[in-house]
Design a protein around this ligand. Structure first.
Ligand SMILES: *Cc1c(COP(=O)(O)O)cnc(C)c1O
Length: 427
């Protein structure tokens, strides 16, 4: 067990968070504007402005402000499902008996909407250059499941996936791409914003994202009809009639004008947040360079938003760590460490780290779902026995990686102390 005192590390009086909201002032002005003008519902100037700002920034024609990124992913999934398979009968999902390809190392909000619509996620393994969906495994997945029509892709921790390679595969197989840019808002791949590649895309304004509304998200598209559908579905799917007339299933997914005030106030600070996160990443990289660890990788031609700084411990510097379903133990070893030890050490000084997202194919809820990996010889496997084995890249990153405290408001002194504590774990 790591001892903070042994390393002469005092606890932070104020917790250093993984990534907490960073407010600037204008948020309150716009919230108050909603209050003062009594536009306290889901209609108003703030909602309009958020949609304008998001569409302009990301470079798409339409943005629809919603209550959460998850709500946007759900409606994106509905649009894709209906486009691929037609309108389902009332009471049925649009993806019943259908498979959808999905990122494996991600937050489960990326993939749950597939199941909301009755579909089955097929998880695609991760590549090591960006920790995102492996284009070779995706190609193999289309060989194994040629009927699949939809791909959901997340950009992990703010680093864009290999879009050229992935788009080539997706286009070749005539599939619909849904981009989950919840973590990567403001990141670019060859100068193009994440959230502008897919047909139906999502950003999130959840409390720990790069900018926040406390909650909220935007649906993004270049398709006017899709944007109109999402606007209609998200406000209970009313028809144009003098009374409440309904031809389609509706949802209560629209963003509140008060929340939109927060998002609107945050938007001008997006660049600043990204610069600050980048400094944090660079300082970790420099501070940890003598340790047997590497930072989360950044491929060429990508500019991440540096949402979270992560490290991966070298194979030969991993002490023994055994993770069960809900608990873990490890054996302390000189010169070595493991994510559990480092997370405990961070906790002991009142700093918040986090394990890498546990791969979806290892989650009890999705354990029976297919998982497609590439074994390094370009051969794909889709087998239960492969799960957790040497060719399972996602599981390897989960085993050896962790997210470091990446809060914008962390001071240099605080970060230096965190760096010392990480170093201490390898003593
Ligand atoms: C945060 C997040 C979401 C969900 O966004 P909410 O706004 O919290 O609903 C979806 N996907 C990923 C990858 C996320 O990190």
């Amino acid at each position: 067990m790591f001892h903070a005192e042994k390393h002469q590390c005092r606890r932070f009086e104020k917790k250093v968070w993984l990534s907490s909201p960073t407010m600037h002032g204008p948020e309150l002005t716009y919230m108050k504007e909603a209050y003062d003008t009594n536009w306290m519902s889901t209609v108003g100037r703030n909602v309009d402005e958020v949609e304008k700002l998001a569409a302009e920034y990301i470079g798409v024609k339409y943005a629809v402000a919603l209550s959460a990124g998850t709500a946007s992913l759900h409606l994106a999934m509905k649009l894709a499902g209906i486009e691929a398979y037609g309108v389902p009968k009332v009471g049925h999902g649009c993806l019943e008996n259908k498979k959808v390809f999905a990122s494996d190392v991600t937050f489960d909000a990326s993939v749950n909407p597939i199941v909301y619509e009755g579909g089955t996620p097929v998880f695609i393994d991760t590549e090591r250059d960006s920790w995102n969906m492996d284009p070779i495994a995706l190609e193999k997945a289309f060989e194994i499941y040629p009927d699949v029509k939809i791909v959901v892709l997340a950009h992990l921790y703010g680093t864009p996936a290999k879009m050229d390679e992935l788009m080539a595969v997706i286009t070749r197989h005539n599939a619909i791409l849904i981009e989950d840019a919840a973590e990567s808002m403001g990141a670019t791949y060859k100068g193009i914003q994440t959230g502008a590649f897919g047909k139906f895309n999502t950003v999130s304004f959840n409390g720990n994202k790069i900018i926040t509304g406390s909650a909220g998200g935007c649906f993004l598209t270049n398709d006017a009809e899709a944007a109109n559908k999402v606007r209609k579905w998200s406000t209970q799917a009313r028809e144009n009639a003098p009374w409440y007339q309904h031809e389609e299933l509706g949802y209560n997914y629209r963003m509140s004008n008060v929340i939109a005030g927060v998002v609107r106030g945050q938007f001008p600070y997006l660049r600043e947040h990204i610069s600050r996160k980048k400094v944090i990443y660079e300082r970790y990289k420099e501070g940890l360079k003598d340790l047997p660890v590497s930072m989360n990788p950044i491929p060429e031609e990508c500019e991440p938003n540096y949402w979270l700084s992560c490290i991966l411990i070298d194979n030969n510097a991993m002490c023994k760590q055994v993770r069960g379903e809900n608990d873990v133990c490890y054996v302390r070893e000189k010169g070595k460490s493991c994510p559990t030890e480092i997370l405990e050490a961070l906790g002991s000084i009142n700093a918040e780290g986090r394990p890498i997202w546990k791969p979806m194919h290892m989650q009890p809820i999705y354990r029976v779902n297919p998982f497609v990996v590439c074994d390094g010889n370009g051969r794909a496997r889709s087998n239960a026995y492969i799960k957790g084995s040497a060719v399972d890249v996602g599981m390897d990153i989960f085993d050896r990686g962790l997210c470091l405290p990446s809060d914008n408001k962390m001071t240099e002194e605080e970060q230096d102390r965190i760096i010392e504590v990480v170093k201490g774990c390898f003593d």
